[in-house]
Design a protein around this ligand. Structure first.
Ligand code: PMP
Length: 389
């Protein structure tokens, strides 16, 4: 066991690789063994590890300044530039972003904002949802096993079956917010149909409920568009971001209209605050990463690369394949086979990974910079492993 006895942990079975360094789609352990990263630190390192442009931007920012003052008080250039860029990518309905440190904090802020703006008691979420591990986000997450021993959690939460149009009638005048992943990640890449998303938008508009899209995993190009809502033509009232947003450094945020965001400025003033949210170094890395995606035309390649994975991963052990862009769930017969496949791939130097709530599938979500050659080589390893499970 390399894992330090001085570090708190919540798993008795950490993967336990001692990371020496990481570049592009690869990381190396202390013995020099090379791994291909098909997970991106769970959807974080979307322009790969150690991209020179990102490193340069971080170094430049550190030379200039790091944390000077709590979020929202001082004018930081890197924060301002990233916000402006994100708003331009998000489109007209979004006018402001509030930066947080993580995904779950973005959801906490979004839920608070919806409650403050509507003064209503009820929140609706969906079966299979994963929104984070803090109390509010956990409350709106679906997996009962992960919640049972942490009650009481937030009151007034109702869960609807994901993708079921008829159940949307539960959205009513008491509903402050409806929170949904536009493609469910931890549920094993569950993609709702357009009709459902349209009906959801209509139900929220008709009742005045605030529609929150958690795009912490699906955002920043993972699905082949900057944001997943752009596939559906269904625009949420609030979008939450995290994971890739900081280009490898911790950053989250919730974006919405100016009118909605402004409700957090009064009754009480400072309705949501954070010390570190929007850290200038993280914002510099976030902006540099967006520019890498643009300059290297990565977005245009996401769908083709996803298709290549789908085409190559053809094996009798694969019982299901769900994919949007470069976000994939590959179903095997049972959890035991998944565990063996993940472990054996790791031995062979390819990192694929399991889901928290979908034990019979493994996930693939590589950096968007992955080359066709790297895709082919890593799929060969996966296929060889599948022969032996
Ligand atoms: N929402 C979704 C859809 C996620 O995938 C995650 C992280 N897996 C979160 C929220 C929570 O983000 P964080 O771990 O940064 O708090």
């Amino acid at each position: 066991m390399n894992y330090s006895p001085f570090l708190g942990k919540t798993s008795n079975y950490p993967v336990d690789i001692s990371v020496k360094n990481a570049f592009g789609c690869h990381f190396y352990d202390n013995s020099g063994k090379k791994y291909t990263d098909l997970i991106s630190g769970i959807g974080v390192s979307y322009v790969g590890h150690g991209h020179p442009s990102v490193i340069e931007a971080v170094k430049k920012q550190i030379d200039s300044h790091m944390h000077v003052m709590v979020y929202g008080e001082f004018d930081y250039n890197s924060q301002k530039q990233l916000a402006q860029k994100l708003i331009s990518l998000l489109g007209d309905r979004f006018e402001q972003i509030f930066f947080t440190n993580s995904g779950t904090e973005a959801n906490e802020g979004a839920i608070k904002l919806a409650k403050r703006a509507t003064k209503r008691p009820k929140i609706i979420s969906f079966t299979g949802a994963y929104h984070g591990s803090t109390q509010g986000s956990l409350s709106v997450s679906g997996n009962e096993n992960r919640k049972r021993n942490f009650r009481p959690l937030l009151p007034g939460i109702e869960f609807l079956p994901f993708g079921d149009i008829a159940s949307l009638k539960a959205i009513d005048q008491d509903t402050a917010a409806v929170i949904i992943e536009p493609v469910q990640g931890d549920a094993g890449v569950r993609i709702p149909d357009l009709e459902f998303m349209k009906a959801l938008r209509e139900a929220c508009t008709n009742t005045g409920a605030v529609l929150i899209f958690d795009e912490i995993q699906t955002g920043m190009g993972r699905t082949g568009k900057w944001f997943c809502f752009q596939h559906y033509n269904t625009i949420p009232d609030i979008i939450t971001l995290g994971k890739s947003l900081g280009g490898g450094l911790p950053l989250g945020g919730f974006a919405t209209s100016k009118k909605l965001m402004e409700t957090l400025t009064h009754n009480p003033p400072l309705g949501h605050i954070t010390t570190f949210g929007g850290n200038p170094v993280c914002c510099a890395a976030g902006l540099a990463s967006i520019l890498v995606v643009e300059n290297e035309n990565l977005m245009e390649q996401v769908e083709e690369k996803g298709k290549l994975f789908e085409r190559l991963l053809n094996h009798k052990e694969i019982k299901g394949f769900r994919r949007i862009g470069l976000m994939m769930a590959i179903e095997l017969e049972d959890a035991q086979k998944v565990e063996t496949a993940v472990k054996n791939c790791l031995d062979q130097g390819v990192l694929i990974y399991w889901f928290l709530s979908t034990p019979n599938a493994f996930r693939i979500a590589p950096p968007l910079i992955i080359s066709n050659k790297e895709i082919k080589e890593s799929c060969e390893v996966i296929l060889k492993v599948l022969n032996t499970i």
